[in-house]
Design a protein around this ligand. Sequence first.
Ligand code: SF4
Ligand code: SF4
Length: 170
Amino acid sequence: MILEILKKVLRVSRALFVKSPAQEDVRFTKMHTSSRYRGKHSIDYETCIGCDSCNKICPTGAITMKHLPFKKQNIVPEVNLSICIFCGLCEDVCPTKPHKSIVLSGGRYDMISGGWHKDQEDFWVHVDIPQSYIDARLEEEEAARVKKELAAKKKAAEAAAAKAQEGEES
Ligand code: SF4
Ligand code: SF4
C-alpha cells in the first residue's frame, strides 16, 4: 500500500516538474532536417523575368503573382507556404540563368509555433522591392522609351529627306 502511494507521488511529481518533449518550445532549438529537406523559398526579384512559369506549374496554387509597375517584368511570384507542398517544381521550371530566380533555399522557417497563427501573413514569402529600385527601373524604362522614339523620328525624317531628294532628281 505504502509502495503504491510512493509510486503515485513519484508519478505526479514527474508530471509536474519534468517537461515532456511535447511541451518543449522547439522553435529556437537546433533543427535536424532530413536529407530531402529543401527549405523555404527565396525569390530574387532582380533576376526574375516575370515569365509566370512557376505559377503555372505549381500543383497547389500556392503562388500568387504580384504586379509590378514595370513594362518588361510586370509580375513576380509570392508564395503561400500554408498550402505549398515544397515539391520544388517552381524552382525546377524557372528559366533564369546562371541562377534561378526562385529557389527553395534550405533556410529554416517557423510553421510549428503552436498552430494558432491568426495572421496567415506569417506563412507567406513576400517580395519587398525597395522604392529606390522601382524608381531606378522606371527611369531606365522611360529613358529607353525616349531613345526609341527619337530614333524612330530620326529614321522617319531621313526617309522623308531621301524621298524629297528622289523627287527633285526625277
Ligand atoms: S514548392 Fe511546389 S507547391 Fe510549393 S510553391 Fe513551388 S511548385 Fe508550388
Ligand atoms: S519561373 Fe522564375 S523567372 Fe519565371 S516568374 Fe517564376 S521566378 Fe520569375
